[in-house]
Design a protein around this ligand. Structure first.
Ligand code: ZN
Length: 258
């Protein structure tokens, strides 16, 4: 349930990054509009306190100062009229929802994005592209199918890191100043602890099992155009044990990485 909500929140974050256009106040308000939305409140007056729209359970530990948070620029949800496919509203005292609020209001997740001066959208997007380049280097040619699979892997990678970020599992290992030529200014670069990617082992193990069953030779896929593949592993399985652990190296892209 919590994982499900986190996934919905990510979709929301992507939209917010796009809409906020680098404005960090707007961005933060968009992010927190997720909570009233989930409980079925889609519109409010400017100046309304978050806590008036979404009841913060007494057991939920929220970030310092968050109780004062109010909406100044965002007064409705960024969606059109909800259709019948929209998820049913949840009760505000839903445990997973309260847990998520605790995480989002208090972890470095938001502050990190907001600290990135003015260019928050670019930063998250840069992190994704940097992950993608590692799975699909520019110098190599990939077939349409290969490119698609590699993009999917990069997305799994990016999501795993964001999940860890949201869980508060990423520590700042080192910060240093670096001169950015294209930007013509000094910037603070933050390196964070790496994140485990247990989904990789699951994919490799399943692929090996499949190959063993198939025997020698190049596998022939039933659907030659590769639009659909019969992969008997669900996204749920891949993330099942991804309660990420922290190790000491720092190579993975984070929201703050260059
Ligand atoms: Zn809404």
């Amino acid at each position: 349930m919590l994982r499900d909500l986190k996934r919905r929140l990510f979709t929301h974050v992507w939209k917010a990054l796009d809409l906020a256009n680098g404005d960090s106040v707007h961005f933060k308000e968009l992010i927190f509009s997720f909570f009233p939305h989930v409980v079925g409140v889609h519109e409010w007056e400017a100046g309304t306190k978050f806590s008036e729209l979404f009841e913060i359970a007494p057991t939920t530990t929220i970030g310092r100062g968050f109780r004062m948070f109010r909406f100044t620029t965002v007064t409705d949800c960024p969606h059109d009229v909800l259709d019948e496919n929209a998820a049913d509203p949840l009760e505000a005292d839903d445990l997973a929802l309260q847990q998520l609020l605790g995480l989002v209001s208090k972890t470095t997740f938001l502050n990190d994005i907001i600290k990135v001066k003015g260019k928050c959208a670019t930063s998250a997007l840069e992190a994704y592209h940097s992950a993608r380049l590692r799975y699909a280097p520019k110098r190599k040619f990939f077939t349409k199918k290969g490119a698609k699979i590699k993009s999917m892997l990069a997305i799994l990678h990016w999501n795993t890191i964001q999940m860890a970020e949201l869980d508060g599992n990423r520590r700042v290992m080192i910060q240093y100043q670096s001169y950015s030529k294209p930007r013509g200014e000094h910037r603070i670069i933050t390196r964070k602890s790496t994140v485990e990617h247990p989904w990789k082992r699951i994919i490799v193990t399943r692929a090996m099992e499949q190959k063993r069953r198939y025997g020698p030779g190049v596998p022939i896929f039933a659907d030659e155009d590769g639009e659909e593949m019969d992969i008997d592993v669900s996204i749920e399985d891949l993330f099942a044990d991804s309660d990420t652990e922290v190790s000491s190296e720092s190579e993975s892209p984070s929201l703050l990485d260059d």
